[in-house]
Design a protein around this ligand. Structure first.
Ligand SMILES: [Zn+2]
Length: 251
């Protein structure tokens, strides 16, 4: 690290649990953020400001006026531009020293496998079950930790699925792929703006800790937030031994 970097990251370096060694791990790390919307905006902004050396952002959508109430990486003047590109501009302004790859594409299983294999941690900031399951399958196959967040209306949830430990559940252990979950979209249900900030920032916190190997993660726990009364509930989640995604993986 040069002098400017030592200053930029000094408040991290001051933390005994992080120090120069932990900060260097962040600088050497590659995080994949899937979705540059309500969750992806704050998550990616904190990963960028904290100095994750390489960020890949994936989103095939364009910035819409209805996004700006909560998707804080975007601006009014960038309405109509691809979200991944818009977010890249914001992140680069926060931290010009990191590498940011913006991918304006809808990713299929093969592409996800490729992207996940190249990342040290994956943040699922998407809003539909099909993509969530595809991301989970790719993370289990590549043994890459997954930080999953979701927010709708006044409700949020977050967990970590860490396939590096054979004892931990994957996303499909909790939400089986063959079970019919209604995709509840923000466009029809609404979403309370700051909740995506709360959950997105927590996703960044979990990802940073995983990258540095400090503290403990949310693996094996699902945290649920009732934002209307600001109450958190934490439940233990176990592995489904019959899970078609992770049960076949080595223990
Ligand atoms: Zn599973």
């Amino acid at each position: 690290m040069n002098d400017a970097q030592l200053l930029r990251y000094s408040r991290h370096i001051l933390l005994d649990e992080i120090g120069i060694e932990g900060q260097q791990k962040l600088l050497d790390a590659h995080a994949l953020v899937i979705g540059a919307g309500g969750l992806g905006s704050p998550a990616a902004m904190y990963l960028a400001s904290a100095g994750v050396g390489h960020l890949t952002l994936v989103d095939n959508d364009d910035v819409d006026l209805t996004n700006l109430q909560r998707q804080i990486a975007h601006t009014t003047e960038r309405v109509g531009q691809p979200k991944a590109e818009s977010a890249r501009l914001t992140l680069q302004q926060i931290n010009p020293e990191i590498a940011i790859t913006a991918l304006v594409e809808r990713v299929d299983d093969a592409r996800l496998a490729e992207l996940v294999a190249a990342a040290d941690v994956v943040l699922d900031c998407t809003d539909n079950f099909a993509t969530r399951h595809a991301v989970n399958r790719a993370c289990v196959a590549a043994h890459t930790p997954l930080v999953s967040g979701a927010v709708i209306r006044f409700d949020g949830q977050i967990s970590v699925f860490d396939p590096r430990s054979g004892a931990q559940p994957c996303y499909s252990c909790l939400f089986p792929q063959d079970q019919k979950f209604e995709d509840v979209a923000c466009s029809t249900m609404g979403v309370f703006a700051p909740l995506v900030g709360v959950v997105g920032a927590m996703q960044a916190a979990e990802a940073l800790k995983l990258l540095m190997g400090v503290g403990g993660s949310l693996a094996g726990r699902l945290m649920m937030l009732d934002g209307l009364y600001m109450e958190w509930t934490s439940i233990a989640v176990g592995r489904n031994d019959a899970c078609p995604v992770c049960a076949a993986q080595s223990r």
